[in-house]
Design a protein around this ligand. Structure first.
Ligand SMILES: [Zn+2]
Length: 203
């Protein structure tokens, strides 16, 4: 599936997603594709290096693309103004010859079609259970609660609107993990350095 049509729009480089429940491949649906097209004139296409610049902390090599390629200019679709790293495109899709970058928060059930079983279930709550991205609140180092400098709301005073499921946290890293002497898996030998801009040696 290298492309498909939605109404009279051509979707190229489509992302391959499947629903978790039935493992059916999904397409972007008509209303979402039309929404993308409708927003495009208002959005300035950007180079992906510029898009990611604020997240890369000055590392200008991470998104460096081979000179062989023309870097695509992306229209970042973010009408809900999702902030920070949440605005980074999770996928790039070419619709009517325009590259769109779509952040993960927009990838919800309501923009997809292609699973008849999901459509039959018509579960309107599944999208509501997935909140938009919020930047993580950094935990202050253990300090007496009296020294609360107008920071974020303490955990005990959170508003009633709690997510139904707690956000899983990555396991805490041990303070000083010594590298184990014996690797659990044999590490393959490092391949030779790739050679760029060097003509092949004469035969
Ligand atoms: Zn499904």
């Amino acid at each position: 599936m290298s492309s498909y049509e939605v109404a009279d729009h051509l979707v190229d480089h489509p992302p391959l997603f499947m629903c978790r429940k039935h493992k059916s491949f999904l397409k972007l649906n008509r209303s979402f594709v039309e929404e993308l097209i409708a927003w495009a004139p208002d959005l300035q296409p950007q180079n992906l290096t510029e898009v990611a610049a604020t997240s890369l902390g000055g590392d200008d090599q991470a998104f460096r693309l081979s000179d062989y390629l023309v870097p695509p200019k992306l229209v970042i679709f973010n009408p809900r103004k999702i902030p920070g790293h949440g605005a980074l495109p999770y996928l790039v899709v070419l619709v009517d010859r325009k590259f769109f970058g779509i952040p993960a928060s927009y990838l919800r059930r309501r923009i997809f079609e292609g699973c008849e079983q999901c459509a039959a279930e018509n579960d309107p709550t599944s999208d509501a259970q997935f909140p938009d991205y919020k930047p993580p609140v950094k935990k202050a180092p253990a300090a007496p609660p009296a020294v609360n400098k107008s920071g974020p709301i303490p955990a005990t005073q959170k508003p009633a609107a709690q997510p139904t499921k707690p956000v899983p946290k990555p396991p805490a890293k041990p303070q000083q993990q010594q590298p184990t002497a014996i690797p659990t898996k044999s590490i393959p030998k490092r391949p030779a350095e790739p050679k760029f801009d060097v003509p092949p040696p004469p035969h």
